[in-house]
Design a protein around this ligand. Structure first.
Ligand SMILES: Nc1ncnc2c1ncn2[C@@H]1O[C@H](COP(=O)(O)OP(=O)(O)OP(=O)(O)O)[C@@H](O)[C@H]1O
Length: 388
């Protein structure tokens, strides 16, 4: 069973009267790779800095191995940090930069022999795949190599936890991907806890055991990458993790939701009858079909080739559906769309208005015309409801 290492309890932080962390409760297990993920300004770095001891929370507690450490200074915590800017010493070579991590190590409180320093530095350089680079000038290294030196320096005194604040932010896309794999490997090789901060959802999903999605100083969801992607708890998480179509809905009964004036089968939800809900539909769960077979119909307004699929925008009475498909369609085509019940996710109504602005206005616009075009024509409730 996983063992608890760090516990954040009711953490709150404010700067200049502005609340930036609001009742953060989080348990981080020993050896876990946990990522704090969220948009800029949501409080990820502040949370990390509180764990590192660089920021004191306004209220709440930080526990390490069951001991409250609010008042323990950073250098006495068995935690090291890697930042986006590597801050290597340009006048020192790779070996000396990494060895510097040992010199500033005050946890162990003992002086190491030259031989011990050498063997620890070489061990770390091997772990970050920089064996043979000992005597290179750091300025002669690529961005990815420099970041690996910074990681080796942070790991050389064997902290229990490594804090990583957007460490790959300065690297280009290709290098980022390589370094993501490297970091996963280094995490496994070291067998310690990594707490990683990023606003890049792909990066978070690719590397982490646990993802903590934050927004506006609050934790929105904690889960495995699969849980966060497949079972987002609200419209914000669904939209932030991957792309989503988010529409206003009303529960008709368990397993049936009304959107745009039509009834759709959805997964059983347990929401009360008539409850207003957010209905979240992933673009890959929307199929393009013939107009006669469509649950809804609309006009293709935009197509973007994405390599493995096309992003197709379909305008439905002002609501822009995002559809990911390999079907060939053309701009201006009038098409039908179909959604499987298991692609229709029901979530508690939030005031989140989506990446693209206020989506609630789309259904309001639709309501005005719904009586004319979409009122079911004397169908029984059963017929009126679309089957997958
Ligand atoms: N020292 C500070 N003084 C004043 N405001 C601060 C300070 N540090 C952070 N903030 C504010 O707190 C909020 C949260 O900042 P934080 O750096 O934790 O967010 P973040 O999620 O890490 O964002 P980013 O990805 O942009 O770094 C922001 O509004 C930021 O401006």
């Amino acid at each position: 069973m996983s063992k608890e290492l760090i516990r954040l309890s009711e953490l709150t932080m404010a700067f200049d009267g502005e609340v930036v962390l609001d009742s953060i409760n989080l348990v981080i297990n020993d050896k876990e790779f946990l990522t704090l993920l969220g948009p800029s300004g949501c409080g990820k770095t502040t949370t990390l800095r509180i764990i590192g001891g660089f920021v004191t929370p306004a209220s709440g507690d930080v526990y390490f191995d069951g001991v409250r450490i609010n008042d323990v200074p950073p250098y006495k915590r068995t935690v090291n940090t890697v930042f986006q800017k590597y801050a290597l010493f340009p006048h020192l070579n790779v070996f000396e930069n990494v060895a510097f991590g040992l010199k500033i190590n005050r946890h162990e409180g003992k002086k190491l022999s030259k031989q011990e320093i050498s063997s620890r530095v070489l061990e770390m350089l091997e772990i970050v795949s920089l064996k043979g680079f000992e005597y290179r000038d750091v300025s002669s290294l690529s961005g990815g190599q420099q970041q690996r030196v910074a990681i080796a320096r942070a790991l050389v005194n064997k902290p229990k936890v490594l804090l990583l604040d957007e460490p790959l932010g300065a690297l280009d896309m290709r290098l980022r991907k390589d370094m993501q794999n490297e970091l996963k490997r280094i995490h496994e090789a070291m067998g310690i806890t990594f707490i990683y901060v990023t606003h890049d959802q792909e990066e978070a999903l690719a590397m982490s055991d646990t993802v903590v999605v934050m927004d506006a100083g609050k934790i929105q969801q904690i889960g495995t990458p699969e849980q966060i992607y497949n079972e987002p708890v609200n419209a914000f998480v669904a939209d932030f993790i991957g792309e989503s179509n988010i529409v206003d809905g009303t529960m008709i009964s368990d397993g049936i939701v009304e959107i745009f004036g039509r009834k759709f089968k959805c997964l059983d939800t347990g929401f009360a009858e008539n409850a207003p809900v957010d209905v979240v539909i992933r673009p890959e769960d929307v199929d393009i079909v013939d107009v006669k077979d469509g649950m809804l119909t609309g006009t293709v307004t935009n197509i973007t080739f994405k390599g493995v699929h096309y992003d197709v925008i379909v305008d439905f009475k002002g609501f822009k559906w995002l559809i990911q498909t390999t079907d060939l369609v053309t701009v201006g085509a009038y098409i039908g769309i179909k959604i499987d019940p298991d692609g229709i996710h029901i979530m508690s109504k939030s005031d989140y208005s989506g990446k693209f602005g206020d989506y609630s206005s789309y259904s309001a616009e639709y309501d005005e015309i719904s009586d004319v075009e979409y009122e079911p024509e004397e169908e029984s409730a059963e017929e009126e409801m679309y089957e997958a």
